[in-house]
Design a protein around this ligand. Sequence first.
Ligand SMILES: Nc1nc2c(ncn2[C@@H]2O[C@H](COP(=O)(O)OP(=O)(O)OP(=O)(O)O)[C@@H](O)[C@H]2O)c(=O)[nH]1
Ligand SMILES: [Mg+2]
Length: 291
Amino acid sequence: MNFAGKIKSFFARTHALSEEFFEELSDLLVEGDIGPSEAYSAAELLRERCKKEKISSPQEARARLAALLEEILIKAGTRPPVLPEDTLAVILLLGVNGVGKTTTAAKIAAMYRDLGRKPILAAADTFRAAAIDQLKIHGERLGIRVVAHRQGGDPAAVVYDALETAHAGGGGLIIADTAGRMHTKTALVEELRKIDRIVDTKASGARYIKYLVLDATTGRNALAQAEIFHGAVSPEAAVLTKYDSTARGGGVFSLASALRLPVAYLCTGEKYGDIQDFDPRKFTREFAGIE
Ligand SMILES: Nc1nc2c(ncn2[C@@H]2O[C@H](COP(=O)(O)OP(=O)(O)OP(=O)(O)O)[C@@H](O)[C@H]2O)c(=O)[nH]1
Ligand SMILES: [Mg+2]
């Protein structure tokens, strides 16, 4: 049985809010990819609230659980930023191999194109030749300009060029794909600092956003990746991909409570339209098996 099925049947079969109920719930939350300490704290907090509010039915307890999990997300902040049209914005997509950075770059570009903006895709993944071609194909399909250099080039130089293009053409929005090799912390920091410096000097007034792309199917591993990137490059928010391929996704609560890292977007497929603003209420209710 998948996680959604398990949580539904747990609340359907449990009649009393006993000690075992909260213990079992804590274990179940861990199965849903919430970190063990966060799961324990959530179950404890729920127990206290149910006692205080004299709640005795599992259905009511579930609604309270959803509410308290939603609070955790809201505390970390959630909405994707609104990008003012008169300010240049640079969006950088970061993350390890294969999480969906390039696909997400294309999705975000398509989304802004549909909003009437003129995004530019920057192929700052210069590590693999195929990565540059992959972004160019997206650009052709979407009718979006792609700034690219040769394989092995300097990613920061690609961003520099994209900034020049944006200034010259008035595009105003750069979405940069980056390489997905498993960075060592120092290499990652160095590469990113260089891009930071370019953006700071060349476009000091720009809105500069770093998104950490995380694959929902990797469960607890995604949190470990987030910890490394968070310490090294301080991403503003996460993008959770491949949510269509998992029924769990509880790692989002750990991201929020342990790292204060909110989720900006949820991706649910390989098509350009398969991206949505992260909705904490909807996500939490689904997680708790309410919808
Ligand atoms: N089902 C599903 N597949 C996705 C989603 N996002 C990306 N993918 C797929 O995941 C695979 C990897 O996506 P990429 O965008 O190439 O990932 P990347 O992070 O750029 O990979 P590297 O550049 O190799 O590090 C591709 O087959 C995508 O189609 C999603 O939300 N759902
Ligand atoms: Mg890529």
